[in-house]
Design a binder for this molecule. Structure first.
Ligand SMILES: C[S@@+](CC[C@H](N)C(=O)[O-])C[C@H]1O[C@@H](n2cnc3c(N)ncnc32)[C@H](O)[C@@H]1O
Length: 276
């Protein structure tokens, strides 16, 4: 197992007991995903510990649920905590790398000379996982995964690498295209992402809910947000990328809301989109 996967597993272990802290965030995520239609199948990418998913509620509105993550143990323990081990309609797909590039990226460093092919691979490899996931689905969600995929690039080549921006743009676009490829026509996609944390904006935990939107706009204006997850840039990408824009019938930004992670708080947004 490469060091990037080990790091992700350690990160998941550090928050595996955060069920109580995640309560408000879990309500937001669950209510965004619970509207299926009969019979609907739900696929969640980055389900990990499942602390942000009330699976018992979700199984009432979906025919079956597919949980996908690189960390199989996190999925297994997350489902066990919600008393859903071996549930007929809850399917675990662990050990799946949703970048398709994690082995290649584990050899990258700030001195790596990346070629055009490497950048193109970051886009194309995101769909390598399709044969391991039994789609398509009526509802597909990505739950605070995008920032983690981009963090791999920060942790390997680093922000000062000349192709840093190209690589994160390819990973982001690949992820959004993957979501659409997993969806049935007319299906619902929900991209949920953390945008900034109290590590870089200390007062985040105490911002009144009604001011959170305004504060987030200011933070984004000041450049205080995680790489690649500027909410406006994501919405623009859905509208302007030739592949995405052809497939997306409607877009609805949701949030922000706050995610109490325990050691820090995050501001989180979602974009709901419907496939043509
Ligand atoms: C911040 S967590 C999401 C929160 C999680 N649903 C929970 O309740 O704790 C991000 C998830 O993305 C997963 N992840 C990170 N990189 C991945 C990759 N390359 N492929 C698949 N999953 C990945 C992690 O294992 C982790 O479970």
């Amino acid at each position: 197992m490469n060091s990037l996967i080990q790091r992700q597993i350690a990160f998941n272990l550090s928050s595996s007991n955060a069920w109580d802290a995640f309560s408000g965030h879990r309500s937001q995520v669950t209510s965004l995903l619970k509207h299926g239609w009969d019979p609907s199948r739900l696929c969640i990418l980055g389900a990990g510990n499942c602390n942000d998913l009330d699976l018992t509620t979700l199984i009432q509105s979906h025919q079956d649920i597919h949980l996908v993550d690189i960390d199989m143990d996190a999925l297994a323990q997350g489902v066990a905590k919600q008393n859903l081990v071996d549930h007929m309609y809850v399917h675990l797909h662990g050990g799946i790398d949703l970048t398709g590039m994690i082995d290649q990226m584990s050899h990258w460093s700030p001195n790596s000379a990346l070629t055009e092919t490497d950048i193109a691979d970051c886009l194309d490899a995101s769909t390598r996982c399709l044969e391991q996931i039994p789609g398509p689905f009526e509802v597909v969600a990505s739950t605070c995964l995008l920032s983690q995929l981009i963090k791999i690039v920060v942790d390997t080549i680093g922000e000062n690498h000349p192709q840093f921006v190209d690589v994160i743009q390819s990973i982001r676009l690949g992820h959004l295209r993957l979501l659409l490829q997993l969806m049935v026509p007319d299906g619902l996609g929900v991209l949920i992402t953390d945008v900034v944390s109290s590590d870089s904006y200390l007062p985040l935990a105490s911002v009144p809910d009604q001011n959170l939107s305004q504060v987030l706009v200011q933070l984004v204006r000041q450049g205080n947000f995680f790489h690649g997850v500027n909410p406006a840039a994501i919405v623009n990408l859905f509208r302007q990328d030739p592949v995405l824009s052809q497939q997306v019938a409607s877009l609805e930004p949701v949030g922000p809301w706050r995610w109490n992670f325990g050691p820090r708080h995050y501001a989180v947004i979602a974009v709901k989109f419907q496939k043509r």
